[in-house]
Write a protein that binds this ligand. Structure first.
Ligand SMILES: Nc1nc2c(c(=O)[nH]1)N[C@H]1C(S)=C(S)[C@@H](COP(=O)(O)OP(=O)(O)OC[C@H]3O[C@@H](n4cnc5c(=O)[nH]c(N)nc54)[C@H](O)[C@@H]3O)O[C@H]1N2
Ligand SMILES: Nc1nc2c(c(=O)[nH]1)N[C@H]1C(S)=C(S)[C@@H](COP(=O)(O)OP(=O)(O)OC[C@H]3O[C@@H](n4cnc5c(=O)[nH]c(N)nc54)[C@H](O)[C@@H]3O)O[C@H]1N2
Ligand code: SF4
Ligand SMILES: [Mo]
Length: 730
């Protein structure tokens, strides 16, 4: 057969780069950047090529697996789906809806069928025991967007192509390629900004790959950003630099904000965060004077003890300087398939109920995943007895993974929809493998909501669906049907309502994702706009994607709050600021005890969370999972570079190799997450050759952002000592 060229966006990270994939005889011949993609303009990273490895990986599951003891057996789809529905329904009936929990992992938002159809399966379960990777990630962003702008997805992004100043905290786009900020080719865009006289100021406890290209980098003590951010705000108010401009017409509560941040002087913040007062004041002044500035923060300021406060303060920096919704500042994308204004929009809700054991608040129908293990392990009414995981690996990705592992072993039933037998799915009674990424069509529903330019792109599958396989969304539909038959979730409703719900269901179930896309595109903001009214057909005719132009101001129109006003501060934030003020007063924030160090995480461009270490071409070369530590901290403990050390926290220990580096703040150590593959029952043969250790065997399920319940994965107190001979032998 001759060679064919396919165009397809990469679904591995948030940059959604366009790819040009050449195939012959059912095999990938090459993967390159698609120069004609209006968003990524040819950019790719090394992970794109690993799509081929994923496609060909002999460890990738192709048939449902059933576990009997520690043996795995291939079974047919119908047999598996029937038994799963029976078992889930039985537990549901015996112990109530909340006894069945679900966890949705990160690739759920990168695979559009999961977004459109997971409710077909999870809907009939009607469980409040819902968890996802959101609460080890961006929960504070969503909560703040919901509070300020009335919708959890109304998130603003730096308009880098027109910006003159970016203040960045706790993000490393040179490794991550951007997050809650779809910005393929960050490096070139930054260079262009710098050539225009623009400046990137980075705040991070590690001198990262992004620090290397920034104009200024400042070390900050882990978890102490809130002090810095509140002091920046206070300086703006004190020096009369708070000029919200047109935003003032529809922003309420700015006087209350000024009042609330008054205790946070630059001098006081300097003591806490380690950045001197002069620098703090200078950054505030430069930010206000720029006229096109964006304050942005990601994982380092979300997954820490004051994540929500940090995200709120960042938003307020943009608002009070008039940079929100302004060209070159922080702007809101307007995606072609719009989940904010579209039918079935979910603005969010907060603390409508609490977790059973610890009373943590729900957000948007999900509980913080840091509570999952205790919900399984604690007996009583509502105890979780069955678990469904979809595209996730919480044993490696959520705090106190060892405790979760122990909990999973006690479940009555577990099913995982995943194509790997990984550290989590090995506990399942069934693993249901969906089609691989190149075997289904693709449209990015989520990341166009966070993109620095408005574009739209639909691509057909590269390879036909293999015989006897199912897409994720088809698995959901089949399981959902079976569950409905067994649980009859609407049985108590009046006949007509039941019929209505049934019909709506059937329509949804018969609608593949591309039909839903077509409807949404036609109803969306570009559905009627000449010359290129968007529909599925117009996207099919443009396989490189369609450019919809740079971001435009959208406020106050797009606000989802009452009266379309920004709610600058609410009671919860005001209370949190007061609590933080007290913590600082008692010297309890960001204060390690003698001998302790702060653990933070790290990402690498050749690694993707927990699941791409089975690609030889990504993991080859020197290991990348050492503990980074400052030479000063090594010397203080009589340790040397390259030694094996034992790292301990409240919840556990790991032994790892230590690497000395001046690029980390003294008092801080860094270990990447997603490693720790040396566990019995895992089947990822390449990953197991170089397993590393899991950072989440150290992170603490009790260490949270108090406001949201988001896990504080950064700024965990640890000790480091030499690994003993006997522990090494063990
Ligand atoms: N200490 C620490 N912990 C962290 C982080 C950190 O920075 N530090 N980061 C956190 C963040 S931001 C995230 S997002 C989480 C990620 O945490 P998780 O989402 O729990 O884990 P992943 O490693 O993304 O695992 C993804 C799984 O999905 C499967 N998969 C991939 N594609 C598909 C698909 O299309 N369909 C299905 N059904 N399965 C698929 C893969 O085989 C893999 O098993 O980790 C979090 N944990
Ligand atoms: N190559 C690659 N790309 C990825 C991923 C991946 O695993 N690999 N994962 C994807 C996912 S799921 C996500 S969510 C994104 C994450 O995208 P980013 O947030 O851009 O990536 P991180 O590397 O987690 O960056 C967090 C930074 O915060 C710093 N930090 C830690 N603690 C603190 C603190 O207390 N204060 C401050 N100011 N900084 C702190 C860390 O040193 C680190 O540099 O990346 C995505 N892209
Ligand atoms: S940066 Fe790499 S992993 Fe992310 S979308 Fe682009 S090619 Fe894929
Ligand atoms: Mo993430």
């Amino acid at each position: 057969m001759s060679e064919q060229t396919h165009y397809r966006a990469c679904n591995l990270c948030e940059a959604i780069c366009g790819l040009e994939i050449k195939v012959r005889d059912g095999h990938v011949v090459s993967i390159k950047g698609d120069d004609a993609d209006p968003l990524s303009r040819g950019h790719i990273c090394p992970k794109a090529v690993a799509l081929q490895d994923l496609h060909e990986d002999p460890d990738r599951l192709r048939r449902p697996l059933k576990r009997i003891g520690d043996q795995w057996q291939e079974v047919g789809w119908d047999e598996a789906l029937d038994d799963i529905a029976d078992r889930l329904a039985a537990i549901h009936k015996a112990h109530g809806a909340n006894s069945v929990a679900a966890y949705l992992g990160n690739p759920s938002v990168h695979n559009w069928g999961n977004l459109t159809h997971s409710s077909a399966f999870l809907g009939p379960l009607k469980t409040r025991s819902r968890y996802s990777a959101t609460s080890v990630d961006q929960l504070p962003h969503q909560l703040v967007a919901y509070w300020l702008y009335g919708h959890q997805l109304l998130v603003s992004v730096p308009d880098i192509d027109r910006s003159r100043y970016i203040l960045m905290l706790g993000a490393n786009p040179m490794a991550s390629n951007g997050s809650l900020w779809t910005v393929p080719d960050f490096r070139e865009r930054l260079k262009a900004m710098q050539a225009r006289g623009g400046k990137l100021v980075l705040i991070d406890p590690r001198r990262t790959e992004t620090a290397a290209v920034a104009d200024e980098h400042h070390f900050v003590r882990p978890g102490a950003d809130a002090a810095l951010l509140l002091a920046l705000l206070n300086t703006l108010f004190e020096e009369k630099l708070a000029q919200p401009g047109r935003l003032a017409e529809f922003t309420d509560g700015l006087d209350a904000v000024a009042e609330a941040v008054r205790p946070f002087t630059a001098e006081r913040a300097a003591q806490v965060c380690g950045i001197d007062a002069g620098t703090i004041c200078r950054i505030a002044r430069e930010f206000a004077a720029s006229g096109a500035a964006a304050a942005y923060g990601r994982m380092g300021v979300s997954t820490q003890a004051h994540g929500t406060l940090c995200q709120w303060a960042l938003a307020l920096l943009n608002i009070v300087t008039g940079n929100l919704d302004r060209e070159g500042g922080m702007m809101f994308p307007l995606p072609a398939m719009d989940l904010i204004r579209g039918a079935g929009s979910k603005p969010g809700h907060f603390a409508a109920w609490k977790s059973r054991v610890r009373g943590l608040p729900e957000f948007g129908g999900e509980l913080p995943v840091a509570a999952l293990a205790e919900e399984i392990l604690t007996p009583g009414d509502g105890q979780v007895r069955a678990l469904v995981t979809i595209a996730g690996n919480p044993v490696l990705s959520t705090p106190n993974g060892r405790q979760l592992e122990q909990a999973l072993g006690t479940l009555e039933f577990m099913v995982s929809i995943d194509y790997y037998r990984n550290e989590t799915t090995r506990f399942a009674d069934y693993i249901l493998p969906p089609t691989g990424a190149l075997e289904h069509d693709h449209y990015d529903i989520i990341f166009h909501h966070f993109a620095m330019r408005n574009t739209a792109r639909y691509n057909a599958a590269v390879f036909p669906k293999p015989a006897g396989s199912l897409h994720d969304w088809e698995i959901f539909v089949r399981l959902g049907r079976r569950l409905r038959a067994r649980l009859r979730p609407d049985a108590r409703k009046p006949f007509l309502q039941r019929l209505g719900a049934r019909l709506k269901d059937e329509v949804m179930l018969r609608m593949p994702p591309h039909r839903l896309l077509d409807l949404s595109l036609r109803r969306g903001p570009y559905g009627k706009q000449a010359p290129q009214a968007l529909s599925l057909n117009s996207l099919k005719a443009a396989p490189h994607g369609i450019d919809l132009g740079p971001l435009q101001p959208v406020l106050p129109r797009r606000l989802c709050t009452k009266d379309r006003h920004i709610v600058a501060i609410n009671a919860a934030i005001a209370e949190e600021i007061a609590r933080y003020d007290r913590l600082l007063g008692e010297q309890q924030a960001a204060q390690p005890r003698a001998g302790e160090l702060w653990l933070i995480g790290r990402r690498h461009v050749r690694s993707n969370n927990s699941w791409m270490h089975n690609a030889q071409r990504l993991v080859k070369g020197k290991p990348r999972h050492q503990l980074f530590m400052h030479p000063q901290d090594l010397a203080a403990r009589n340790l040397v570079d390259g030694m094996r050390v034992r790292v301990g926290s409240r919840v556990g220990n790991v032994e790892v190799e230590v690497q000395a580096t001046e690029d980390i703040m003294p008092g801080v150590v860094s270990l990447p997450h997603g490693w720790g593959h040396a566990r019995v029952g895992v089947q990822q043969r390449i990953a197991q050759q170089q397993p590393g250790q899991s950072a989440n065997d150290l992170t603490d399920d009790r260490h949270l952002d108090v406001l949201s319940g988001n896990a504080a994965l950064n700024g965990v107190a640890v000790t480091v000592e030499a690994a003993t001979a006997e522990s090494r032998a063990a």
